[in-house]
Each structure stands twice: as structure tokens, then as C-alpha cells.
Design a binder for this molecule. Structure first.
Ligand code: CS2
Length: 459
């Protein structure tokens, strides 16, 4: 069997419905080297399931127009435990990874290591507990084996993900593996990538639909939307399998694509995550197809688009239209609480950066409502007093802000605005702050949807 040129760390549902699908198409187009070796550093471990299914699983791509079940066999094997030499395979050319935002062990908003998150690996670099520690150990062994360098491509939904990976890994190596740091600088590249496909966690209905279509239960099956995009920076330590043959866009500068996705698609998702949950909706489909929230969302996306530079080959109008269609896909039941998870990591790049461009304009109200809803959501209660499951690294801080405010909307808004993520212009804009205070007070009694409806009828 042709050895794998790709290793992926974190072969969860997103990877299985995204990078593994591109690799599968490439293998079927005559490039067997695009085979992926998966590596699970943390639970859930999937090697057993993949073996039981003889290396195959299914991806069900569906929208209002139809569905397609694809049998994916690109993940030849999965390791549940790496050994120290997991990067020392001479056939290996590309390491991709989905570690999640927390997996980079950095101080949010910076590219510096969080000393607490990385402490155990610094103490004992031979027994790493984080992805960063494992990558450094694997690279150190590769260097010792006299093998050539590698391309490490982060596929997490984080701005300039490759720059972050490079920064934290170099910082860690300079402390834990001093000889590695300079070798890495010469031999390892860290292309930035933008990856896109909405992949909600697999619910019972999706699992049943996949099992029925496949003719047997599939423990690794994933349901997703048909839309997919992968834009990868042209910065490789050595040639990688020709992913451009299956639609991957290899470009000199990923940033405009990434900002477009973060602001329009992800911005819309994050806006309706909080506005929708406070209005009693459970999924992004329900919120985006609602006759009140839907048109509001279209205006919001158009405002986000105004803050962007259009990437080569794209049309912002078309991107907005497609985004709204994607969010109205009736077969994608993306729970709003899933999108709302870790929102303190997401709000900056998705909403706040664009809000700053609109502070004095007619669209300021859209942003004030979005941010006020985010604040209200993170108090953990909606206007009916129902609890909201806030899942965020800053959850304790949110609780404290709410307790300290003691029901005073002004103090609540100030408490949230003091968070690092609001550093900059927005925090100091008097009129915008006042608008947030008014809206936070109103949202204590009224849902955002009611407010939108009232605004509609008064104009
Ligand atoms: C979502 C993303 O949960 C979330 O934060 O906004 O996972 C989103 O579905 C993907 O970025 C789409 O590519």
C-alpha cells in the first residue's frame, strides 16, 4: 500500500467531513499518496471504530435540493497513541491538524504561550500532554533522524492559524528543545489555511439517516452541508499531494478569504447564536429562516460585507447570498448553543472588528443589538428567566461580572467592555456604550426577536 504523505492530528467530525473528503477525491483521481494517517491525541479515540469498519465511513452531504452519501476511505489508519517517532516517516510531507482553539495553549488575543497551559510539557517534554508538546517532540526526533523538514498546516478556525502555530511551537521549542528551534526555522513551514464546511455534531436523526443509506450503522459517519472551501497558503517545505486538483485554492495570501469567512459566515452564525437562543430558537436553521430574524440577518451580513476587501475571484454579494442559503439549509440542524460555545474566542474576529467600522454609521444599531445579546446570553438567563448553558473559558468571569453588576445594566455592560476582547475603539465610544446599556436593560424583559419586530413596525 502507498504510504501516507499526510498525517492529521485530531480526526474528529470536522476533519472527517472536510480535509478527509478532499483527500478522498484526490486518491480517487489517481493520487494514492493523499492517504491520511489520523492521530487522536485525546478522546474520543476512533481507531477501534475505523478498524471495525475496515477503514471506511460515510459523509452525508445534504440540503433542500437533495442529498449525496459519500463513502470515504482516505483515512487509511488512525493511531490512538503516538510514539515519539510519529513524525519520522520519510514518506510524510504534510501534517494537518484540528486541535481546537484551546489546543494552541496560547493567551487568547496573543500568540504567546500561556505558561499555565504548557507548564506540564515544559517540565517533562518527553511525556507531552498537549498537541504543541507532541509536535515539538515529534519534530525533535525527526531532526535527530536527519530527515528533511515538514509542512505543518493548522486547519482550525482561528485568524492566521499558521502564524499562531508557528509562534507557540517556536516559543515552546526554544525553551524545551533549544536545538530544534533553529532547525525548525530553516526546515518547517506553517501555511495559513481557511477551512469551511458547516458540520454540526452528529445527532440521532443524522446517525439514523446515514445508517439507513449506508445499509449498516456507521460509528464514524458525519452529516454536513454540500458547501466546502479550503484555501491554503502557498508555503510548503516540500511538494505536497496536489490538493489543487480537487478544488483546494492554493494562494499567496489567505487573509482576505479568512476575514470574509470569519465576518460573513461565522459572524452571522455567532450573531444568531445569541440573538436566536434568547428568542427561543434552538438551531441556526430556525433562526435564519424566521420571517423576522431572517431579514435582520440579511441586513447584518450586508453590513459585515461593507467592512471587507473582496478576495481575488470572489464576489461579496454572492458570498452573502450563499451564506444566507447555507444557514437556511433545512437539513443542517446546528445547535445555537454549539456555536455559542467558547464565544469569547470568537466574538473579536467575527463581530467586534467589523463593529468598529460602523460605530458612527446607520448600521451601528445592528452591532449594538448583537453585542448586547452576547452580553445578556453570557449572564446565563434569558428574558423569561430560563437558564442558558454558557460554555466558555471565561464563564467564571462572566458570572462574576453579572454578580457584581447586581442587576444594573450600566455596570453589566462596563464589566463586559472591560474584557480584553473589547480593547480599542469600541470600548471608548460613548454613544455605542449607551446604546449597549439601553439594549441590555431591554433584553432583560424582552427577546431580541420581539425587539426586531417592534423596530420593523415603527419604521
Ligand atoms: C461555527 C463553526 O461552532 C462554530 O463556531 O461557527 O464551526 C462553523 O460552522 C464553521 O467555521 C464553518 O466552516
Amino acid at each position: 500500500m502507498t504510504p501516507s504523505a499526510i498525517l492529521h492530528i485530531g480526526p474528529g467530525a470536522f476533519h472527517r467531513a472536510h480535509q478527509a473528503v478532499y483527500a478522498d477525491a484526490l486518491i480517487k483521481a489517481g493520487h494514492p499518496e493523499a492517504r491520511i494517517r489520523g492521530l487522536c491525541l485525546f478522546p474520543p479515540r476512533i481507531a477501534h471504530s475505523l478498524d471495525a469498519q475496515k477503514g471506511a465511513y460515510h459523509v452525508l452531504l445534504r440540503d433542500g435540493a437533495g442529498q449525496e452519501l459519500r463513502r470515504i476511505t482516505s483515512m487509511g489508519e488512525v493511531l490512538d497513541e503516538p510514539d515519539q517517532n510519529f513524525l519520522s516517516d520519510p514518506a510524510l510531507r504534510l501534517v494537518t491538524m484540528t486541535l481546537t482553539e484551546k489546543g494552541y495553549c496560547h493567551i487568547p488575543g496573543t500568540r504567546r504561550l500561556d505558561p499555565t497551559a504548557i507548564a506540564a510539557d515544559l517540565k517533562d517534554p518527553l511525556r507531552p500532554q498537549t498537541g504543541i508538546g507532541w509536535l515539538a517532540l515529534g519534530l525533535a526526533r525527526r531532526q535527530e533522524a536527519g530527515l528533511p523538514g515538514l509542512t505543518l498546516a493548522s486547519c482550525d478556525n482561528i485568524p492566521a492559524n499558521g502564524r499562531l502555530l508557528q509562534a507557540v511551537l517556536s516559543e515552546f521549542a526554544s525553551q524545551a528543545w533549544p536545538a530544534l528551534a533553529s532547525w525548525m526555522a530553516q526546515n518547517v513551514t506553517f501555511p495559513v489555511s481557511m477551512v469551511d464546511r458547516i458540520v454540526p455534531r452528529v445527532d440521532e436523526e443524522a446517525a439514523r439517516a446515514i445508517g439507513q443509506l449506508a445499509g449498516a450503522p456507521d460509528m464514524l459517519g458525519v452529516a454536513a452541508e454540500p458547501f466546502g472551501q479550503w484555501v491554503l497558503e502557498n508555503d510548503f517545505a516540500m511538494p505536497i499531494p496536489p490538493l489543487e486538483k480537487v478544488g483546494v485554492q492554493i494562494v499567496a495570501d489567505v487573509r482576505p478569504y479568512e476575514v470574509m469567512k470569519h465576518r460573513i459566515l461565522n459572524g452571522a452564525q455567532t450573531a444568531i447564536a445569541h440573538l436566536g437562543a434568547l428568542s427561543g430558537f434552538e438551531t441556526s436553521f430556525q433562526a435564519a429562516s424566521d420571517p423576522v430574524m431572517g431579514p435582520w440577518l440579511a441586513r447584518f451580513c450586508a453590513a459585515q460585507a461593507k467592512t471587507l476587501t473582496c478576495p481575488p475571484g470572489e464576489s461579496l454579494d454572492a458570498y452573502v447570498r450563499t451564506t444566507l442559503e447555507r444557514l437556511r439549509n433545512p437539513h443542517i440542524r446546528h445547535p445555537l448553543v454549539q456555536i455559542g460555545t467558547d464565544s469569547s474566542f470568537k466574538l473579536g474576529q467575527r463581530i467586534v472588528e467589523a463593529a468598529v467600522c460602523h460605530l458612527d454609521g446607520p448600521e451601528a444599531e445592528l452591532y449594538a443589538l448583537t453585542i448586547a445579546a452576547w452580553m445578556r446570553y453570557n449572564t446565563g438567563r434569558d428574558a423569561n428567566g430560563a437558564g442558558i448553558p454558557v460554555s466558555d473559558p471565561l464563564a467564571d468571569r462572566f458570572r462574576q461580572i453579572n454578580a457584581d453588576a447586581g442587576g444594573d445594566a450600566g455596570a453589566l455592560v462596563q464589566g463586559f467592555l472591560d474584557l480584553d476582547l473589547f480593547e480599542g475603539q469600541l470600548r471608548h465610544h460613548r454613544a455605542f456604550r449607551d446604546r449597549l446599556v439601553t439594549l441590555c436593560a431591554v433584553l432583560e424583559r424582552q427577546s431580541p426577536r420581539d425587539l426586531m419586530m417592534a423596530a420593523e413596525t415603527s419604521t
